[in-house]
Design a binder for this molecule. Structure first.
Ligand SMILES: [Zn+2]
Ligand SMILES: [Zn+2]
Length: 373
């Protein structure tokens, strides 16, 4: 049972509406307020098989939106290729879920941030300040971890619904991945300096190589956030080639979807997105499409609120058609929220997500292990 839903059933529409109209956290807060996830299924998911396949996924956290929930951790997924781990987003409790999944911090090669909403980055810096203690499993044991994430947005849009909004940190209100990381490092400098002297812990910044993703010159900026485009290469190493497209996600810029091609097949992550031609282009014939989804059916949102939600997210009833159009061989839903119910009804969601899609659908749960090859 999630705290927000405890005792009173679903949070009433007034809460969602107030959050929505106040513009707090855009869609996220409104989403999370009523998205309490499924029951304790997650604990029952076996992760003992991690490492038994060449290409595998572990859904570390599957929840959409910032508000904490006891049932689902924040969005974060581990892609494991030949035992090397690539982390896509690092939402709340990602570090804990990573440990629960039996993954070694020493095997973490790269962290990819789809966008800088807090539900995707809450645990990002914790990997480096909690994981940098000398033992064979420490983060960066085999060299700095590559971090790929958005550069600065460059501007803010007006408040949804009109009116004034305070500006947080007006001297730099839209820091990208590099400034965000340096700010975080400064904020916990005292702890780091003490532990470096006292226990031999590492300088967190020495454990990572930050790359702000360079967007091709297609005229994209915070006012033209996701024009139709072809995928571009973000990085490649001996295990993966990573390509990306911009995706439309409300006022957020940039927001990326990532595709990982490996010797054993491909996995594509939608990130947070509404409808766009860029996803089927990126996910063309992919082996697994990991896609976000929300349910609005049966919710009490007004037409205005409904329309606002679908400027940021894809409805579960329509995600199957996207996977079909992409030619994806499997569809996995993660970053999920139901605005009509405090819980995700997996069988109902499975039926919805299968609409218009002829292949296999998985409604993701925390710590779910998915071998790909
Ligand atoms: Zn999100
Ligand atoms: Zn988001």
């Amino acid at each position: 049972m999630c705290a927000l839903c405890d005792g009173g059933g679903p949070v009433g529409p007034a809460v969602g509406r107030r959050a929505l109209l106040s513009g707090l956290g855009a869609a996220g807060l409104a989403l999370g307020a009523v998205a309490c996830g499924s029951s304790g299924q997650a604990a029952a998911q076996s992760t003992g098989a991690v490492g038994s396949a060449k290409l595998e996924l572990v859904l570390l956290g599957t929840k959409a939106g910032p508000p904490p929930s006891a049932d689902r951790a924040g969005i974060s997924t581990a892609l494991v290729v030949d035992g090397q781990v690539y982390l896509i987003d690092a939402g709340r409790a990602s570090v804990t879920q990573y440990a629960k999944a039996g993954l070694s911090l020493g095997a973490l090669r790269g962290i990819f941030l789809t966008h800088l909403h807090i539900d995707h980055i809450a645990d990002y810096f914790n990997y480096f300040v909690l994981g940098g203690y000398p033992d064979e499993g420490m983060i960066g044991a085999k060299g700095p971890v590559a971090v790929y994430g958005p550069g600065p947005a460059g501007g803010l849009l007006p408040k949804f619904g009109g009116g004034n909004a305070p500006v947080v940190a007006p001297q730099d209100p839209t820091p990208g991945t590099r400034a965000l990381t340096e700010n975080w490092n400064r904020a916990v400098a005292y702890s780091s300096n003490v532990f470096i002297r006292d226990t031999g812990a590492s300088d967190p910044m020495a454990l990572m190589n930050i790359h702000e993703i360079q967007i091709p010159a297609i005229g994209a900026d915070f006012t033209n956030r996701a024009p139709t485009m072809q995928p571009f290469e973000v990085m490649r190493d001996d295990k993966v080639r990573v390509t990306a497209v911009l995706v439309p996600h409300g006022p957020v810029f940039p927001a990326f979807a990532f595709r990982f091609d490996t010797a054993y097949g491909s996995v594509t992550f939608s990130g947070d997105t509404t409808y766009t031609d860029n996803i089927p282009t990126l996910a063309h014939n992919t082996d697994v499409l990991v896609h976000e989804a929300i349910n609005l059916e049966g919710s009490s949102l007004s037409a205005v609120e409904h329309n606002h939600m679908v400027t940021s997210h894809v409805e579960v009833q329509k995600v199957g058609a996207i996977a079909q159009r992409a030619g994806a061989k499997r569809l996995v839903l993660s970053h999920i929220a139901d605005l009509a119910s405090p819980h995700i009804d997996s069988s109902k969601w499975h039926d919805w997500a299968s609409t218009g899609y002829s292949n296999n659908v998985i409604i993701g749960d925390d710590l779910q292990y998915i071998p790909v090859h």
